[in-house]
Ligand binder design. Structure first.
Ligand SMILES: NC(=O)c1ccc[n+]([C@@H]2O[C@H](COP(=O)([O-])OP(=O)(O)OC[C@H]3O[C@@H](n4cnc5c(N)ncnc54)[C@H](OP(=O)(O)O)[C@@H]3O)[C@@H](O)[C@H]2O)c1
Length: 216
């Protein structure tokens, strides 16, 4: 499977790229700048010599070349970035990791007009694109650790098959993914991030996560 990470030069994108390249997926780091994408891909290849080598491309080219496209950009950049890849993701799965945080008040839940960033992406991209929201509650620091992460992943979207593919990708990345319902429910996973930021502050840590209990 070829996975493109839009904004893959950033913290969360690098963490996900590492996890999937480690188990042998072909991952393309996407950036607004081709040179930056290639530089970050090379740096990661040097830091982690045992992963399947990453490639770096401009966001649109990265999305064109991928089967699954992952969006990891700040919320302020989300509308423009989603619009910029619209033509290249038709018929594909788009995993949206974006949290609608509004700096500097990132520990306060912000609910966008459409309900969630993932719903905004679905509305912008159209029904032919299977938008699945995931990973909002997994910190990049955990992703870059060697060990499996104990944090679970809530998976929201309107297409069951697409969600199962994402849950399998989550499992390959060393986490448990749970079908958390339709795309509307992404409001909860996105909002939970601000809750976790409060907990991080309170306990002086960076990577609080969530865990679903009651399941064998
Ligand atoms: N960091 C975490 O632990 C974490 C955890 C869960 C969810 N998230 C969510 O994942 C998304 C990405 O988080 P992050 O921490 O990886 O962000 P980040 O490092 O600040 O930025 C990610 C990338 O977004 C791209 N970008 C595109 N337009 C931009 C703009 N106008 N301003 C700045 N950057 C822009 C940049 O790539 P280019 O310059 O190469 O284009 C940048 O490297 C956010 O929505 C965040 O809330 C993050």
């Amino acid at each position: 499977m070829i996975i493109a990470i839009i904004g893959g030069t950033g913290k969360e994108g690098k963490g996900l790229a590492y996890r999937w390249a480690k188990i042998g997926h072909q991952v393309i780091i996407g950036s607004r700048e081709q040179e930056k994408a290639q530089r970050i891909a090379s740096e990661l290849n040097e830091t982690y010599p045992n992963i399947k080598p990453l490639h770096g491309k401009q966001n649109l080219t990265a999305a064109q070349n991928a089967d699954v496209v992952v969006i990891t950009v700040p919320y302020s950049a989300h509308p423009a970035i989603v619009e910029s890849i619209k033509s290249s993701v038709q018929g594909k799965i788009v995993i949206d990791v974006t949290v609608p945080l509004v700096p500097p008040k990132v520990s306060q839940v912000h609910i966008p007009a459409s309900g969630s960033a993932a719903q905004e992406a679905q509305e912008m991209l159209g029904e032919n694109v299977k938008v699945v929201s995931a990973f909002q509650n997994v910190s990049y620091e955990k992703l870059l650790e060697e060990a499996d992460t104990l944090s679970d992943v809530l998976v929201c979207g309107n297409d069951s098959q697409a969600k199962q593919i994402v849950i399998d990708l989550i499992s390959e990345a060393g986490m448990r993914g749970f079908d958390a319902g339709p795309i509307q429910n992404s409001i909860v996973s996105e909002g939970l991030t601000s809750v976790l930021i409060n907990i991080n502050k309170k306990f002086g840590v960076h990577s609080a996560g969530i865990r679903i209990i009651g399941i064998d």
